[in-house]
Design a protein around this ligand. Structure first.
Ligand SMILES: Cc1cc2nc3c(=O)[nH]c(=O)nc-3n(C[C@H](O)[C@H](O)[C@H](O)COP(=O)(O)O)c2cc1C
Length: 209
């Protein structure tokens, strides 16, 4: 499938049929997400992969009872770092040094650039981290479509309650957005046969030649 075919095929699935995604496909979607770019390469978020039915039912209750949550095969929770800290920056710099086999000294300037972010408030850095998480969400959406796995990006949930349900704050995380992954229910999903609506390209793209 070409990427354009995949993006035309996908839609924000309202009803799923409960069928499980083969492990290899889920792994491939997670691999793609792990390759998403982020500012400085910091990946200031974690992604929870929830397949536990009891947890999914409790999540549905705080997500406006949206059925995809329990009809999905897995729901990913993109959770941003609650704050940027020296420890988190240090851990990343150590990783770069190890993976690229370079000295910590050679990374001083890069570390300084990242540490500049510490001048911002925790709340601004949380917003910044959440933006990075949304890029990973986008990559996940496209990867799922290429694997012919349906998905729904979802912001319609109570963030505070979800953080409490999974003790995310104790891990230094705040939930940003969900991605339900599964297979469309052709009979019960009113959106299956509806035309995709997008602004015209003339309206969307402003060309400067
Ligand atoms: C960040 C974000 C949050 C969304 N939240 C929800 C949601 O909570 N529930 C839902 O059914 N769809 C949700 N959607 C799906 C959008 O309504 C859908 O992507 C949009 O109408 C375009 O349709 P398409 O994705 O089917 O092409 C969300 C989409 C995005 C990108």
């Amino acid at each position: 499938m070409t990427i354009i075919n995949a993006l035309n095929w996908r839609y924000a699935t309202k009803r799923m049929n409960g069928k499980k995604i083969p492990k290899a496909k889920l792994d491939s979607i997670l691999d793609a997400i792990s390759l998403a770019p982020s500012s400085f390469g910091l990946q200031p978020y974690s992604i929870l992969v929830v397949e536990d039915e009891a947890i999914l039912s409790r999540m549905k209750a705080i997500a406006m009872m949206q059925p995809q949550i329990t009809e999905a095969s897995a729901v990913l929770i993109f959770a941003a770092w609650d704050k940027l800290t020296l420890e988190r920056i240090d851990a990343y710099i150590q990783l770069v040094a190890k993976e690229r086999n370079v000295t910590l000294d050679s990374l001083k300037q890069m570390k300084g650039y990242i540490e500049n972010q510490l001048k911002n408030s925790d709340s601004d850095n949380l917003t910044w981290s959440a933006k990075q998480a949304y890029i990973a969400l986008g990559v996940g959406l496209v990867a799922a479509a290429l694997e012919e796995v349906d998905s729904t990006p979802m912001e319609g949930f109570d963030h505070t309650k979800l953080d409490e349900l999974l003790n995310l704050r104790s891990r230094g995380l705040c939930s940003s957005v969900l991605l339900a992954l599964g297979y469309r229910d052709d009979f019960n999903d009113y959106l299956v046969h509806l035309k995709k609506v997008r602004r015209s390209k003339d309206n969307l793209f402003l060309h400067f030649h």
